[in-house]
Write a protein that binds this ligand. Structure first.
Ligand SMILES: [Zn+2]
Length: 428
């Protein structure tokens, strides 16, 4: 309110000055400008300072406030430090700086194992996913619908959960010889908040899902934001929020305090059908080159907005069962065909949640490939273990199977009875 009033004042002062100094219709007699100048009331020093405040300080105050809403207090303070000298003692500036400092120092360490929840691509049209064909039961088990996901976000937010970056679970320690090891860390969160890691598996928009009511791909819309393409039953193309990524982005935009310093989730990508809806593994594809560029641009934007990538194995193989040679081949394919476009990662999310032994040759190999975070799936309890060179965390699937067969195991997160989509058939 104050800002817009001030802006109006400045605008009218500026227009008035312009009219006074230049003459507004060009038909005034030669002596007119001098007369006009005499008649124009000069802005007072106070008014000029007010103008400078609106032009230079207020945008900074706004930028800082936006950062502070997602707990980026240090960045917010750094923005205010850019304010011109004359506003260094401005009441609003000093009050904001005090507020940021107090909020930051009120963070507390979270001393429980951090929960990690995960999803697959969301079902947009339940009448297509649950249409009685042979895929129906699988979708009913392992998938979540758009409505359920949105209801879960509301509940997680109401239950004081806050998204954090998985890297908050440990810190690097360097010894005198320069050796780097990992140590467990209790993430610092605003008092009363419960840290949470989120991931979304596969996200290839596989061919088999095409006619079953799922989105087709991710894309960058005309504003450069990550959205989905969803083709509905009648063949209409829709661009919007139809899957975990854009729905969560929009939710965090509306509730910036649901994310610690902008953290979103981890995209656990496979490779055997490309990624994000683009078949960048298919060397015969006529759109290979542009698809690879699109994936690169999408990945850049995703990472810029707090998303991380993980390897979910190139071929979605059973990591524990396959031979070492196959694991090496699979990992090389992921690096060459997927990481080359989405970037390197230190997170490995086991296909089928099937973990390898700790320690083991396979673990040593995956570590040599740069992976340090290893995530399996355990139903019962959250579990995090940090050893010298790796972090192990279990994940919990918030899908039909969990909500129907063991809702109590996730009652700290959500009330499944209030989330379950009524269009789900009986679980067989
Ligand atoms: Zn998977």
């Amino acid at each position: 309110m104050k800002t817009s009033l001030m802006k109006k004042t400045v605008l009218s002062i500026s227009l008035f000055l312009m009219a006074g100094l230049t003459g507004c219709n060009g038909s005034l007699p030669a002596s007119a400008p001098e007369q006009a100048q005499e008649e124009t009331p000069q802005p007072t020093e106070e008014e000029l300072a007010a103008m400078r405040r609106v032009e230079t300080l207020e945008p900074l105050l706004e930028e800082a406030e936006n950062l502070a809403q997602s707990y980026r207090y240090e960045e917010a303070a750094a923005v205010l430090a850019k304010a011109p000298e004359e506003f260094a003692q401005d009441e609003e500036v000093t009050a904001a700086l005090t507020r940021y400092k107090e909020a930051e120092s009120a963070f507390v360490p979270y001393d429980q194992p951090v929960r990690h929840i995960f999803f697959h691509s969301l079902i947009v049209d339940t009448s297509l996913a649950f249409d009685g064909d042979y895929m129906e039961n699988g979708y009913n088990y392992w998938m979540t619908t758009v409505d359920e996901f949105k209801a879960m976000l509301e509940q997680l937010y109401a239950n004081q959960y806050i998204l954090i970056d998985i890297h908050e679970l440990c810190e690097e320690v360097t010894d005198a010889e320069g050796n780097v090891t990992l140590e467990a860390k209790q993430p610092l969160v605003p008092e009363g908040k419960i840290p949470l890691v989120l991931s979304v598996d596969d996200l290839s928009y596989y061919e088999y899902m095409k006619e079953d009511g799922f989105p087709r791909k991710l894309l960058l819309d005309e504003n450069g934001e990550v959205k989905n393409l969803y083709i509905d039953k009648d063949g209409r193309e829709n661009i919007g929020d139809y899957d975990v990524v854009p729905i969560l982005d929009t939710f965090v935009k509306e509730h910036p305090d649901f994310s610690l310093r902008g953290a979103r989730g981890i995209i656990a990508a496979t490779g055997y059908e490309g990624t994000l809806g683009y078949r960048i593994n298919d060397l015969e594809s006529p759109t290979l080159k542009e698809d690879r560029e699109t994936v690169r641009a999408l990945a850049d934007r995703l990472k810029e907005t707090g998303w991380l990538f993980a390897s979910h194995g190139y071929g979605h193989r059973h990591t524990a069962d396959i031979s070492m040679d196959t694991l090496v081949e699979d990992t090389n394919s992921w690096r060459e065909e997927i990481a080359a476009y989405v970037g390197d990662t230190d997170i490995y999310i086991y296909p089928y949640g099937e973990e390898i032994d700790y320690p083991s040759d396979k673990l040593t190999y995956l570590q040599s490939e740069g992976f340090r975070f290893f995530c399996g799936v355990w139903a019962a309890k959250p579990f995090v273990s940090v050893k010298d060179t790796y972090v192990r965390q279990t994940r919990c699937n918030l899908d039909g199977f969990t909500m129907i067969t063991r809702p109590d195991s996730v009652s700290d997160l959500i009330d499944a009875s209030k989330v379950l989509d009524t269009s789900r058939p009986e679980l067989k």
